[in-house]
Design a protein around this ligand. Structure first.
Ligand SMILES: Nc1ncnc2c1ncn2[C@@H]1O[C@H](COP(=O)(O)OP(=O)(O)OP(=O)(O)O)[C@@H](O)[C@H]1O
Ligand SMILES: [Mg+2]
Length: 272
């Protein structure tokens, strides 16, 4: 893994002003090493309660890995993850939900997938059924309630994964590329679910490659490149005037080849 010296002109990481309220979730200088290779380096970010934070960066930058560490599915090799100022524990994990890059659906009906998720959270009887019906309706999935979840289309599966996670009433929802490969209508449907949840106070941490989606949903933004935070701060500012070369390249649809490389590959047709 290359160790880049970024042209960091961006100051503190997302939400890291000490006079602000306690962040909901913090990565304090976390690193992750596997098989002798350091995949994440000194990631230092703070997620504000009720905010929408976007994690952006090219393939292989470490976005999904960072989400797994923030959710406590992996332990950092260095640094620590804090939830409301304390070490992440099982109770904190239950206050979070995650929609994975490839939705994990059980080999049973749409309704039964919802039922299982809510049962794990202790919901029973009529209350559980009512919640399932209203969640499926909110995602336009009511008519698919009895269909095996694994035969749903990609967009339907993503919608199910998102409403299933939201039905668990998380304080924080991680979404890893929830609209990758979806058509504009399915993308809009998922963005609406995310916006509604955000309006209800759910903290959102969302990975995306979609510049338009970043503009529509972003409040805070963390740009990852080769396991480093290249830049972080207010999303609209970074999307308009990125300070780091990796973020500039991403916004302009170019492939970033490293700090010592003058020529950057243009990717025709992807300019903003
Ligand atoms: N548990 C792990 N053990 C070893 N290597 C890992 C592990 N998790 C991720 N990696 C490696 O870390 C790098 C970053 O992976 P990650 O899945 O986080 O990328 P990403 O930014 O999400 O990319 P994409 O945009 O393609 O989804 C990859 O090279 C991957 O192979
Ligand atoms: Mg990923």
């Amino acid at each position: 893994m290359r160790d880049f010296a970024f042209d960091m002109a961006t100051g503190p990481s997302v939400g890291r002003q000490r006079d602000e309220q306690q962040p909901l979730l913090e990565a304090c200088n976390i690193g992750f090493t596997a098989r002798g290779e350091q995949l994440l380096h000194n990631v230092d970010i703070a997620i504000r309660q009720g905010s929408r934070t976007l994690i952006v960066g090219p393939n292989g930058a470490g976005k999904s890995l960072l989400l797994r560490l923030l959710h406590g599915l992996l332990q950092p090799s260095d640094g620590k993850v804090l939830w409301q100022g304390n070490a992440l524990n099982a109770k904190a994990q239950r206050a979070q939900a995650m929609v994975f890059q490839r939705p994990v659906l059980l080999r049973r009906s749409v309704f039964a997938n919802m039922k299982f998720a809510l049962s794990v959270r202790g919901l029973r009887g009529q209350k559980r059924s009512d919640k399932i019906l209203s969640a499926l309706a909110s995602a336009g999935l009511s008519h698919l309630s009895n269909r095996p979840a694994r035969v749903l289309s990609g967009g339907e599966q993503q919608r199910l994964a998102v409403v299933r996670a939201l039905a668990c009433d998380p304080e924080l929802l991680f979404l890893d590329e929830p609209t990758a490969n979806l058509d504009p209508a399915s993308t809009a449907a998922i963005e609406e679910l995310v916006r509604d949840a955000s309006a209800r106070g759910v903290t959102i941490v969302l990975v995306t490659h979609d510049v338009g989606q970043a503009r529509r949903l972003g409040e805070d933004l963390v740009f990852l490149q080769d396991g480093h935070v290249a830049e972080s701060g207010p999303a609209q500012k970074i999307l308009t005037e990125p300070q780091s070369e990796p973020a500039r390249a991403w916004r302009e649809g170019r492939i970033y080849l490293g700090p010592n490389t003058q020529s950057l590959c243009d990717f025709p047709g992807s300019k903003l």
